[in-house]
Design a protein around this ligand. Structure first.
Ligand code: NAI
Ligand code: 2OP
Length: 317
């Protein structure tokens, strides 16, 4: 696929046409990034949503084809596959129940992508994120550069949004880094957070920053509580599309993504959020920041949490 030419269309498949999947398709189409195939198990639903989006396409003047399918084989020809199919955690469901239920969805999807789209890059969104990204990588047998989990961009944009609200300044000027697993032990890094280059500590007290970092860790749960059924989807979909765009247009963004570590940050054989360079080669580089002992301990604790979930699922054997 030749990049950087407006007359060459990329192809993205989105597995799971629910809230995150449908909005991922919407943002991709709206940015004119690629043709999109929506795939879901529910008969008629991905076809209906794709047709609805296709009818919106003339209004954003970008063209693009949107199709729907109930067959995983429809991923054929994809440059990027976004994996969003899966259940959110429901009341009464243990973490282990969720792990098993979503692993049963991810495994066949990864096998289908391996068979029908063997050259695709994969952005995994399904929770629990770091474990499902690891599972997708393991089952697909894809090179580690081509399978990534989406969470760090979402957690960082939440941190940015909360800081922007507190400061009364534009979130566009706030640059933030949140590392670690997508869960309670994620690691917001105020030391690497600036407002247009000004360290955030110059503008806010340490207590306020700590409170906003905690709100960031609880960011997903805050929305679940408000929605009462289901979880966040606009910011998650937009975050996944940032990754798709970086790959398709070779942006070489420096962003936190969940990727396979093989000794970096003292962690190995697990997926976790770290800063990477993301471009046409997928994970082009893992950036190893010099962390303080406290920051590193936070990341390693988060790594232990992810590793124990992987062990629980027995995907590591
Ligand atoms: P949703 O319930 O709106 O959509 C999920 C879709 O998956 C449904 O349309 C369902 O029919 C489909 N599906 C279920 N089994 C399938 C199968 N075997 N094959 C194809 N499709 C299947 O849920 P939503 O809000 O879109 O979330 C999707 C997943 O993304 C959840 O696991 C959620 O926890 C996760 N998530 C992860 C985030 C992250 O930061 N990594 C952020 C937001 C959501
Ligand atoms: C979120 O952070 C539920 O992972 C999802 O909103």
């Amino acid at each position: 696929m030749e990049r950087g030419r407006v007359d060459v269309k990329s192809q993205v498949s989105v597995i799971g046409a629910g809230n995150v999947g449908a909005n991922t398709a919407l943002y991709i189409a709206e940015r004119g990034l690629a043709d999109v195939t929506l795939i879901d198990i529910v008969e008629g639903m991905p076809q209906g949503k794709a047709l609805d989006l296709q009818q919106a396409a003339p209004l954003w003047h970008k063209g693009g084809r949107l199709t729907g399918s109930n067959d995983f084989a429809a991923v054929a020809g994809s440059d990027v596959v976004v994996m969003t199919a899966g259940f959110p955690r429901k009341p009464g469901m243990s973490r282990t129940d969720l792990l098993k239920a979503n692993a049963d969805i991810v495994r066949p999807a990864a096998e289908a992508v391996k068979k029908h789209a063997p050259k695709a890059f994969v952005v995994v969104v399904t929770n629990p994120l770091d474990v499902m990204a690891y599972l997708f990588w393991k089952v697909s047998g894809f090179p580690k550069q081509r399978v990534l989990g989406m969470a760090g961009i979402l957690d960082s944009t939440r941190f940015r949004a909360f800081l922007a609200m507190e400061l009364g300044m534009s979130g566009a000027d706030i640059h933030a880094m949140v590392l670690g697993g997508h869960g309670d032990s994620m690691v917001p890094l105020p030391r690497f957070t600036t407002v247009n280059g000004i360290p955030v500590g110059e503008l806010l007290s340490a207590d306020r920053i700590a409170a906003i970092a905690q709100r960031t860790r609880d960011g997903g749960a805050e929305i679940v509580k408000l929605l009462k059924s289901g979880s966040a989807y606009y910011a998650p979909a937009m975050s996944a599309v940032e990754m798709v765009e970086a790959i398709l247009t070779d942006q070489k963004r420096l962003v936190p993504c969940s990727v396979l570590l093989e000794g970096e940050y003292g962690l190995r054989d697990l997926f976790i959020g770290v800063p990477i360079v993301l471009g046409a080669g997928g994970v082009e580089k893992i950036v190893e920041l010099k962390l303080t002992p406290e920051e590193l301990a936070g990341l390693q604790k988060s790594g232990q949490d992810v590793a124990s979930s992987i062990a629980e699922l027995q995907v590591g054997v």
